[in-house]
Ligand binder design. Structure first.
Ligand code: SAH
Length: 342
């Protein structure tokens, strides 16, 4: 079986090429080409024909083929549906901000966390994405859109910390100076809070930004919408977040999706403020993207702003997330879900 060449670190590529009888400097040249706008090995202009043939026999460049590409008419959001070599489909979203372009990428095909409000989990987990498939989303989105990527958020389909090994390799690949050379500080990992893996992340990649999907301030409520809370309850999760902030010296973010009449009351906000008191953090209030199948309702933007006010008055840093790409199914997992239902 052919190997995904974009999943290899420079030293791994060198090993493979030396085994093929090539000099080490060729590996450096090939590696650099991988991060330019190329579609096939034949585009690598300073590489001898014979080696190109060998590369074609051994590797493939992109495991992603574009299935659908939607551009928002109301903002600069673009959504990409990719098909993987085994037929699984994943999606990535490109969003334009004042400070640059952010791409939101998937970490798994499907998800097994089963959060009640999320479309991605409805069909369960198909499989983990490989490091090359995770990185490929960034390189392909950049190549197809022609836009330079300044930030990456791992907030698409899947639970990144449930695929820790491949996410770690992806982080090393994207940070590689001879490749994309992206700073760890430009990358955010969003997680529903797998505490054991959060500890590893703080140890291995202290510079990466972390966003915790909290969504409720008590075990009673959180367990109703996020099954993972039964394994890692709120007090343990927040305890680990406090250790994380202490260890890394970095601020942590919390995502809080507002569900009408469930977690958007004044009392919920007060409990949340108490829970986070003294923690160097930021709360991102997210108006729910309604997913038909779940029957859950959004609190609306007005209520979101009121919640923000309550948190701010209690000294908690909070903002309401802007909704981008509303006309192209901005919500997590929707495009893939629609395609697979059809
Ligand atoms: N598994 C990771 C990353 C993927 S979900 C995590 O849980 O963080 C990315 C974010 O989108 C999470 O905060 C998730 O709770 C939120 N989300 C999922 N479905 C949503 C919806 N329908 N409306 C608003 N936010 C949603």
């Amino acid at each position: 079986m052919k190997e995904d060449i974009r999943g290899l670190l420079p030293e791994e590529l060198e090993e493979r090429l030396v085994v093929m009888g090539e000099p080490a400097f060729r590996a450096k040249q090939v590696f650099q080409w991988l991060y330019k706008d190329i579609e096939s090995f034949r585009d690598m202009r300073n590489i001898p024909k014979a080696l190109i043939c060998k590369l074609e026999d051994t590797f493939f460049i992109s495991g992603l083929s574009l299935k659908a590409h939607q551009k928002s008419r109301i903002d600069s959001t673009e959504k990409f549906l990719f098909e993987l070599r085994d037929g699984n489909q994943i999606e990535s979203v490109l969003m334009g901000y004042k400070y640059g372009n952010t791409v939101c990428i998937s970490s798994q095909a499907g998800c097994r966390m089963g959060c009640k409000f999320c479309a991605s989990g409805l069909l369960g987990l198909s499989r983990n994405l490989t490091p090359g498939e995770i990185l490929g989303q960034v390189t392909e989105v950049s190549r197809i859109s022609g836009r330079k990527i300044s930030n990456v958020v791992i907030m698409g389909t899947g639970e990144p910390l449930d695929n820790y090994q491949n996410i770690s390799k992806f982080l090393r690949l994207i940070h590689e100076p001879k490749g994309m050379n992206m700073s760890m500080r430009s990358i955010t990992i969003s997680t529903c809070g797998l505490i054991d893996k959060l500890k590893c992340l703080a140890e291995d990649f202290p510079q990466v930004n972390v966003a915790i999907s909290l969504h409720a301030p008590t075990d009673e409520k959180r367990s109703q919408i996020m099954p993972i809370n039964k394994k890692f309850p709120v007090s343990q999760l927040i305890g680990e977040c406090r250790r994380y902030v202490e260890k890394t010296g970095r601020r942590i973010s919390f995502e809080y999706t507002l569900l009408k009449d469930f977690n958007d009351g004044n009392e919920d906000m007060q409990t949340l403020a108490k829970l986070l008191r003294g923690l160097n953090c930021h709360v991102n209030l997210i108006p729910l993207n309604q997913v038909d199948e779940t029957g859950l309702l959004t609190s609306g933007r007005k209520r979101a702003l009121e919640c923000m006010e309550i948190l701010s008055s209690k000294g908690i840093n909070a903002t309401v997330r802007r909704q981008l790409g509303a006309d192209i199914d901005g919500a997590c997992g929707q495009l893939r879900l629609k395609q697979s239902v059809e």
